[in-house]
Design a protein around this ligand. Structure first.
Ligand code: ZN
Ligand code: ZN
Length: 403
């Protein structure tokens, strides 16, 4: 197996050029969530060309390609997401986005190139490989307001069931980590998230006679202060949680008290018990405020993504494989992030392993995902491919090979 991994590593380096070409092709033609028609077509053509068994149109524009190894083994899956964001690109490179106001600012162009590269590389080695390889190209990771999560739809469509997948893996680019380095965690690696909708109902009145009404804008100000005080001082400070509001709406005119204010926000957490504690506490706070002010306060909770938890046993195996492929110095343990992602739907169906691939130019400035300046270093692509292909080849063995 060691020999095979060395060859996989060398071939991944050899495919550096092809990975960059693929990545730039996707980068120039970004498509928003649930609109990944062209992207899906490029993926399908590439996978068919390799001779994989391809299924299209899953949960929208999702694509699955299955590769069979030459020996019996386990079925393993690799997931890449395909959607871009409504952001106007500021990076001025020859392969900049050709679609006005749409950009691959979350690195899913990298994910696509690495996913396709892994399908190419492993199909070149297929006679020597064990098991089955399921390459999942998922639409709509970026989530609402653009419809349902692509991962949820693909899992419901049974992409992990036939063949029955024993491990599902994925990576995400990380702009604050040097190119070619990897961060991983054995348990929770990303937060669970809910969308909260808060409706504060008052009673409209003339602006000159607020005592005849109930001012929901004033109550909203109290609500916001009280919430942050509650989170800061009544939840154990060692339990990470964030509640921010990104949208507020209410009122018609400067001299009329509004009758209603609505707010939309995002709650993030790293433990289910903390989520429950926060939601119960919010309801208690709102009941008190309702009594004090006479306003109605209604809280609606829409679960967005569960927490992303890596399977501990699979993580142990994966880290051993990655260390043997890349050397121990390039791997680091991560602190869980407060961002969220829809990979947990896959990880709920089969043991999952999700890790981060650094894409910062060493010595370069840190960048941010979802930013118009995001410009990941393509030198990370062959490393991502080595990790993906090496992981899958080892995990598909009937027994984990000694490395
Ligand atoms: Zn994103
Ligand atoms: Zn992303």
């Amino acid at each position: 197996m060691r020999q095979l991994l060395e060859e996989i590593k060398a071939r991944a380096q050899g495919l550096a050029e092809e990975l960059a070409v693929l990545r730039r092709e996707f980068h120039q033609h970004p498509e928003l969530s649930h609109q990944e028609e062209r992207t899906g077509e490029v993926v399908v053509a590439y996978l068919r060309d390799l001779g994989l068994t391809v299924t299209t149109g899953i949960a929208g524009h999702g694509v699955v390609g299955v590769l069979k190894g030459g020996r019996p083994g386990r079925a393993v899956a690799w997931r890449a997401d395909m959607d871009a964001l409504p952001i106007a690109e500021k990076v001025n490179l020859p392969w900049r986005s050709q679609v006005e106001g749409v950009m691959h600012a979350c690195g899913h162009d990298f994910h696509l190139a690495i996913g396709l590269g892994a399908a190419r590389l492993l199909s070149e080695f297929k006679d020597r490989l064990a098991g089955d390889y399921v390459f999942i190209f998922q639409p709509a990771e970026e989530g609402p307001p653009v419809g349902d999560s692509g991962a949820k739809g693909m899992v419901a469509a049974g992409v992990l069931d036939n063949p029955k997948v024993a491990a599902v893996c994925a990576l995400h680019v990380a702009p604050n980590l040097d190119a070619g380095h990897i961060r991983y965690g054995p348990g929770v690696v990303m937060a669970g998230a809910d969308r909260l909708i808060l409706t504060v109902t008052g009673k409209s009145a003339h602006g000159a006679t607020p005592h005849r009404g109930v001012d929901p804008i004033l109550v909203t100000a109290q609500v916001l202060n009280q919430i942050q005080g509650f989170l800061a001082q009544q939840i154990d400070a060692r339990s990470p949680k964030i509640l921010t509001f990104g949208r507020i709406q209410g009122g018609n005119r400067f001299n009329i008290l509004a009758d209603e204010v609505t707010l939309e926000g995002s709650l993030r957490y790293l433990q289910d018990t903390v989520r429950q504690e926060v939601l119960n506490g919010l309801r208690r706070q709102f009941a008190g405020l309702t009594q004090a002010t006479g306003a109605g306060i209604k809280l609606t909770v829409e679960p967005l993504f569960p927490m992303l938890k890596n399977d501990p046993e699979l993580t142990g195996q994966a880290v051993q494989i990655l260390q043997s492929l890349l050397g121990p110095k390039r791997l680091k343990l991560l602190h869980p992030a407060m961002g969220s992602e829809d990979f947990p739907y896959f990880a709920a169906r089969a043991p999952g392993f999700y890790f981060f691939l650094g894409v910062r130019t060493p010595g370069g400035r840190a960048q941010a995902l979802h930013s118009p300046d995001f410009n990941p270093d393509e030198a990370a692509l062959p490393c991502g491919l080595t990790a993906a292909a090496g992981l899958l080849a080892c995990l598909a063995e009937p027994e984990l090979p000694s490395l």
